[in-house]
Design a protein around this ligand. Sequence first.
Ligand SMILES: [Zn+2]
Length: 212
Amino acid sequence: MTRHHPDSLSLMEYSAGNLSEPHALCIRLHLDKCTHCRSRVDTLDSLGAVMMEQQPKVSVSETMFDDILAKIDSTPAPEQPAKVVPKISLLQKLLGEDINNLPWKRQLGDVSVLDITEKFPGQKEQVVLQKLGAGGKAPAHTHRGTETTIVLQGAFADQKGVFNQWDFVVLTDQDEHKPVAVGCEDCITLSVLSAPVKLTGTFTRMLNPFIR
Ligand SMILES: [Zn+2]
């Protein structure tokens, strides 16, 4: 059961088909495992269809969708039949391999990375898989832009809480964090970066040009 969900605006943009391919993949991976967000997107899809028919020029805001979603959330949803789990996950199909068997590149300390941006030709964002070894720590860093991350395996913790498998987190240049892998598995995340990360520790800052 995931506890950290994409925000209303992201779900709305996903439903409207406005997200970049890597961002949409992050949302799709989350929706695959989160019935709460899936039912929100189903509703937004139906709402979008009605709006397209009736008011093609209507202007929307995040507040408006938050209000609508709050109403939906306060109404108990009918029990939905479980969707058929695809035999090959979206990710495995994209990568052609199990995430644990990828050619990971050791970056710094307990962190390994694999840049998969080339899997999304024509996209502006950088798409990176990051692995934090079980029990490992990542160096303190901020983000120069917005980083959208979904946890694919294991879990990590930072000052904002614990992020488990399929949890969704968006970090900006205001967030400085020092994630630690929790549990006995390597923590693997998929991140879409609008700009590279910026290391903030006194020593690691010197390594910045070599990291990203
Ligand atoms: Zn969710």
